[in-house]
Design a protein around this ligand. Structure first.
Ligand code: SF4
Length: 163
């Protein structure tokens, strides 16, 4: 894999801009699809967790702003288990599918669903970052976990990437 420059020093601005734009006009919430899809896209390209390491606006925000105010306590062990992460991934997928279904294809409602989803996970991430280590959310993050699963499957089965 080619060496990539890290954008983690400034990419937090993207997620802050996203939330501000959503307040101005909720239809910007649809951009949440980029944030949620980017890690999966990179993983499907065979780039593993490059998004988490080099680009992720959420990871960048948590690492930059919570470092000094976090309790820096270790995450409870059960949260690092595969069972917990799989359950969280399933829960988030179900909640998200329901929200998309209830939007009935209406663009504004769909945008709101993305915005709310991004907002909720962002708040949980901040809370976890304050209680435990700053980027604790990254341990359980459904998108990060899904990219790891994709990577594992590609490695085990030598599945071709989407270049
Ligand atoms: S684990 Fe999730 S929040 Fe953390 S860097 Fe990866 S995609 Fe971003």
């Amino acid at each position: 894999m080619k060496k990539r420059k890290s954008h983690m020093k400034w990419s937090w601005m993207i997620i802050v801009s996203f939330f501000v734009l959503g307040i101005i006009d909720i239809r910007f919430g649809i951009l949440g699809i980029v944030c949620m899809g980017a890690p999966i896209f990179h993983a499907l390209k065979g780039e593993g967790k490059v998004h988490c390491a080099k680009y992720c606006p959420r990871g960048s925000f948590l690492g930059k702003f919570l470092e000094r105010i976090s309790r820096n306590a270790p995450l409870p062990k059960f949260m690092s288990t595969k069972k917990f992460k799989s359950a969280l991934l399933l829960l988030m997928l179900s909640m998200f599918s329901l929200a998309v279904f209830h939007s009935g294809g209406d663009f504004t409602k769909l945008s709101f669903a993305f915005y709310r989803f991004m907002g909720m996970s962002f708040l949980v991430g901040i809370l976890m970052g304050l209680l435990f280590k700053p980027r604790s959310w990254c341990v359980v993050c459904p998108m990060g976990y899904a990219t790891g699963l994709i990577k594992d499957i590609q490695t085990q089965k030598s599945i071709p990437t989407i270049d």
